[in-house]
Design a protein around this ligand. Structure first.
Ligand SMILES: [Zn+2]
Length: 116
């Protein structure tokens, strides 16, 4: 990505607080526990611009062991690409809700009364 301030591309991206900085942001989100926050820290090495973005897992569903988890992760990868274009936390939260809604929409409505 390019720095929104000076346009240079020397922008580092780190995930925290409990993941190694090299962790993919999508992986960190999938790994989040309920109510836990991830921080995406970005810093420009040219002009010193930096930004911390906090995301909380309550906006999405994590289902470990679910076959859909792979699809979930793919969606999150796309989500991260979108996140890099956006500087407003509220917009990011809306995207997370949208991902959740899209997951629901992917499931064929086979009837709400099939007992299982
Ligand atoms: Zn910069």
């Amino acid at each position: 990505m390019e720095c929104p301030d000076c346009g240079e591309s020397y922008v580092s991206r780190e995930v925290g607080p409990r993941w190694p900085p090299s962790t993919q942001f999508g992986d960190a989100i999938v790994d989040l526990e309920d109510g836990e926050s991830a921080v995406l820290h970005r810093q420009c090495w040219t002009c010193g611009w930096s930004e911390d973005r906090h995301l909380t897992v309550t906006e999405i569903e994590t289902e470990h062991g679910d076959p859909e988890a792979i699809t979930h992760q793919q969606q999150l990868t796309q989500l991260v690409n979108e996140l890099e274009q956006i500087d407003d936390t509220e917009v990011v939260k809306e995207i997370l809700r949208d991902v959740r809604n899209r997951r629901s929409a992917d499931i064929e409505p086979t009837g709400s009364e099939d007992g299982e």
